[in-house]
Write a protein that binds this ligand. Sequence first.
Ligand code: SF4
Ligand code: SF4
Length: 466
Amino acid sequence: MSNTRNYIYYDHTTSLCIHCHKPISAKILFEDDKVFLAKTCKEHGFQKVLIADDIPYYKQIRNYNKASEYPREPHTSTEYGCPYDCGICPDHEQHSCLTLVEVTDRCNLTCPTCYTSSSPHHGTHRSLEEIEMMLDVVVKSEGEPDVVQISGGEPTIHPQFFQILNIAKSKPIKHLMLNTNGVRIAKDLAFVQKLQTYTPKFEVYLQFDSMNPQVLESLRGEDLRETRLKALQHLNQFNIPTTLVVTLQKGLNDSEIGEIIAFALQQKCVRGVTFQPTTVSGRLEHFDPAKDRMTLTEVRRKILEQCPVFKPNDLIPVPCNPDALVMGYALKYKDKVEPLTHLIDPEMLLNNSKNTIVYEQDKELHKHVLKVFSTGNSIEAIKHSFNQLLCCLPGVSAPSLKYENLFRIIIMNFMDAYDFDVRAIKKSCVHIVSKEGKIIPFETMNLFYRDEFETKLENIRKQIAQ
Ligand code: SF4
Ligand code: SF4
C-alpha cells in the first residue's frame, strides 16, 4: 500500500541554507493551509520555513506578472549563477524601480534592528565624489531613474547633506526620496524649511514603527515617541510629502497596524504607509527568526483585519515584483477613506490581458494603470495617470482630486536566507548601488555584497567554480 504525504508538493526552486547561505534546492509545499519552503543543507540539515499563510493569494501572485523591463545594459556577467553574479547581471529580470544610494554608514541612533548595522561610530561618510559616481551609475543604467532614495545609515548627519541633495537634483532623476529616522527633522526646523525647497518630486521616507515605548525600545533602543510626533509636526507644517515606514515584527508591533494607518490618514503630509517585515540581516537583537519573522501574507491579513474598510481585492500584488510587493490605493477626504484598488479589474494589470472592459481597450489608459501599479512611482508621480484612471472607473465621481487626497499602502517583503527563492529574486526591483558602483538587489546586498561578507561570498564562489 502506498503512503500519502500530508502536504501538497506545489513547486521547486533554489533557496539558501539559513546558516551558511550556500545554494540548496527547495520544495514549495502546501500544508495546513500554509505555504512552506522545505530544504536540506548537507552541512546544516533539514530546514522548513513558513513563507505564506494564504495559499490562494500565494497562487495568485503568479498571475500578476508582466514582461520585465531591463536596465540599459548589464553591468556584470553570468558566471557563478544566481545570486552570486549581482551587479546587475544579464540573468536579472527587472530594472531598478527604486535605487538606494547609501551616503553614509553612520547613524545618530544604534537601533537593535538595523540591516546596515549602523551606529555613530560605524564606518564612514561617503565623499561627494563617491556619491556623485554612485548617482551617475544609476543614471547610466536607467537613463531617467524613477526613484532614487538617499539612504544610509542616517543621511541627514552627513556633513555635506544639502550638497548631496543638490547633486542628486541636478541629475535626471524623476523622484528623490530621503530615507530617515526623523531625529534631525524633529530637532531642526530650519533644516525642514530647507528640505521643503526640494519639493516637488521630493519625499521623506520616515521611520515610524510604533507609538508604544516598549516596542520602540526593542526596535530602536529608545523611546522615540516625542521625536516621531515632532518630526511629523514639522513635516506637516511645511507639507513635505511623507511616507511612514513601519518595520514589523510578529508579536511586537503587528497589533498596531490599524492604528498606524488611521493615524497616518489624519496627517496632512502623509501620502501613505509602507510595511516592511523584519528580515534576517545586519544587527538583529531581540529577534528570534523561528517565531518573530512575518510573511507578506500575514501582514496583508493583519491590515485587512485591523482596517476593515480595505477588502482583499484592495491589496494586490505589484506586477513588476509580485512576490515581494503588495499595493493598495485609497482616497482620503474629510474624515472618509475610500479604497480604490477593487475598482480596477485585475486583468488590466496583466500584460496578456484580453478582457473586454471598455477602458482596457484604451492603450493609453492601460499604460496609466500599469504606471499606477508599479514600484517606481511616488504618489506625486502617478497623479496624472491616476486622474486619467479615475475618470474611467465606475463608482468614482469626483476626479477633481488633489495629490493630497491620494493614499497608498505598500507591503514590501525583502527576502532573506529563510524565504529566499531564486525565481523571485530575479524580479527584485529595489536595488542598492554599492560604493564600488555596482547595482545590487536590496536582498542580495544584505546577504552577500556588503564588505563584511566578502570572504563568505568568495568561498561560495570558489566552491561553485570547482
Ligand atoms: S539576483 Fe539578479 S543580478 Fe543577482 S545574480 Fe541573480 S539574476 Fe543576477
Ligand atoms: S535602522 Fe536606521 S535609524 Fe536605526 S541605526 Fe540603522 S540606519 Fe540608524
